[in-house]
Structure formats: structure tokens, C-alpha cells
Design a protein around this ligand. Structure first.
Ligand code: F6R
Length: 246
């Protein structure tokens, strides 16, 4: 695992550099997308490169990490809508080439299996961008998720719902309680992973991710076993590290 500590604005450039390198080498690349606030500056930078540098997503395929269950189809915080707004539409990525787990499916088990099949049929993810929850989750693999888990429905913890209430006008009651998420085993199959974290609220999770023991108590620690992961953090998110000094 490679760790880079840099100012927040620079992290987005470094993450966008990885997307650009993968896309230029392989225009038909399969890209793994995250929602939440951490990837937004990277998406801004990719949109700029598309606009000003002709970076093309026209042949790429995209897969999002997760989706709320029980959210209105046209809700602005439904992850499929977030991804369209924040990245897909801005880089003229054909909408049919970007998909997410179907949180609106009547049969969530079948939807989860179908999503695994779709990723596999596309050839697997070449580059996955991740954020990390303050409790160490990646995608919505909450603490005590099996380290080999696959796409499945998962109840959201109270802490994650509180963290995400800011996207729902601060109203915890409006935050869904269930989601469909790629598993840790699914994410681990991505050929390259870039995780971005900023701010003091991520310091404990980053300390565990980089220096802690591999444990389902801090699900992101499974990435210690991934052969090609870069962790991009600002100074505040790096503050809990004892062996790596900013
Ligand atoms: C989002 C996701 C989550 C977030 C995490 C951090 O698709 O899978 O794991 O990456 O909750 O969220 P932010 O970036 O908003 O702090």
C-alpha cells in the first residue's frame, strides 16, 4: 500500500492522474466510481480535463459501489443520480455504460448477484476510487463485514446515517436504513485502487487502515492485502499515524 500525504487540492490531481493514465492506455477501461464528498474534487478535475484536454470516457464502462434501498428514484441523493450529476453527464459518458446496484429491485439478492455478473462480464474493474467512512467502512461494508463479502444488502449503522444526514438536510429520519453494496471481496478484485480521505474526522480510520491490524472491525484494513492500492490523504486525515509523519 502506498501512502501519499499532500494538500487536499493536490490529492484530486493525483487521483485524476491515475484515471487519465488508465483511460489513455485503455480507452475501454472499466472504472469503479464512489459517491460521497471525497471523490468530488477528483470528478471536478476529470470534468476539467474532459473539457479542456479532450479526456474521453466515450468507450469506458463505469460501476458504482453502492446504492440506498428505499429511496425515491428521482431523489437527488439516490447514488445513481449523484453519479450522473457529478461525473457522468459532465464528461459526456454515455449513460448506458455506467451502472450501479439496483437498490429499487424487489429481489435484492437477485439484484446483487446480477451486479456481480455484470462486473465480471465487463472484465473486472481496472481502477476503483474509494472514500472511507469515519468508522472504517469502504463502500457500505460496515464494521464486522466479512473480509471476503460480495455484493449484498446491508443495514447502515447509526454512525454512517448520522455522517450522511448532511446530504438529507441534516434530518437523520430521512437517511435510508438499508443499502445494496459491493462486498469487500468484490472491491478487492479491482486491479488498482485509489482511496481519498481528507479532514480530521477520517484520522482514526486512516490510522487503522495504514497501521492497524487487518480486522473486520475496521473493514478498510482488508486493503493492506491488495497489491496495488494508493492511499491519498491530507495532513488532517494523516494526524493519527505514528509511523508516517506528514
Ligand atoms: C460512497 C461510499 C462510502 C463513502 C464514505 C465516505 O459510495 O461508498 O464508503 O466513500 O462514506 O464518505 P464521504 O466521502 O462523504 O466522507
Amino acid at each position: 500500500m502506498e501512502l501519499i500525504i499532500a494538500p487536499a487540492a493536490q490529492l484530486a490531481i493525483l487521483a485524476a492522474d491515475r484515471f487519465e493514465a488508465v483511460l489513455r492506455a485503455k480507452p475501454r477501461a472499466v472504472l469503479g466510481l464512489a459517491t460521497g464528498s471525497s471523490p468530488l474534487p477528483t470528478y471536478d478535475e476529470l470534468a476539467r480535463r474532459h473539457r479542456e484536454g479532450g479526456l474521453s470516457f466515450a468507450q469506458a464502462t463505469g460501476f458504482t459501489l453502492d446504492e440506498y434501498v428505499g429511496i425515491d428514484l428521482d431523489h437527488p441523493e439516490r447514488y445513481r443520480n449523484v453519479i450522473a450529476r457529478e461525473i457522468t453527464d459532465r464528461v459526456q459518458w454515455p449513460a448506458g455504460q455506467v451502472s450501479g446496484p439496483d437498490g429499487s429491485a424487489a429481489d435484492l439478492t437477485a439484484a446483487a448477484a446480477a451486479y456481480e455478473t455484470a462486473i465480471r462480464d465487463a472484465g473486472g474493474v481496472d481502477l476503483q476510487i474509494l472514500g472511507i467512512g469515519s468508522n472504517g467502512h469502504i463502500a457500505f461494508n460496515e464494521p464486522l463485514s466479512a473480509l471476503t463479502s460480495r455484493t449484498r444488502s446491508v443495514p447502515l449503522t447509526e454512525q454512517t446515517r448520522r455522517d450522511n444526514a448532511r446530504f438529507f438536510g441534516g434530518n437523520l429520519d430521512l437517511v435510508p436504513t438499508l443499502c445494496l453494496t459491493q462486498g469487500l471481496g468484490t472491491i478487492m478484485e479491482a486491479r488498482e485502487i485509489v482511496l481519498v480521505a481528507t479532514g480530521a474526522g477520517k484520522a482514526e480510520a486512516i490510522a487503522q487502515l495504514v497501521e492497524g491490524p487487518i480486522s473486520a472491525s475496521w473493514p478498510a484494513t482488508v486493503l493492506q492485502m491488495h497489491p496495488n492500492t494508493t492511499v491519498l490523504v491530507d495532513k488532517a486525515a494523516a494526524a493519527g499515524l505514528t509511523r508516517h509523519r506528514p
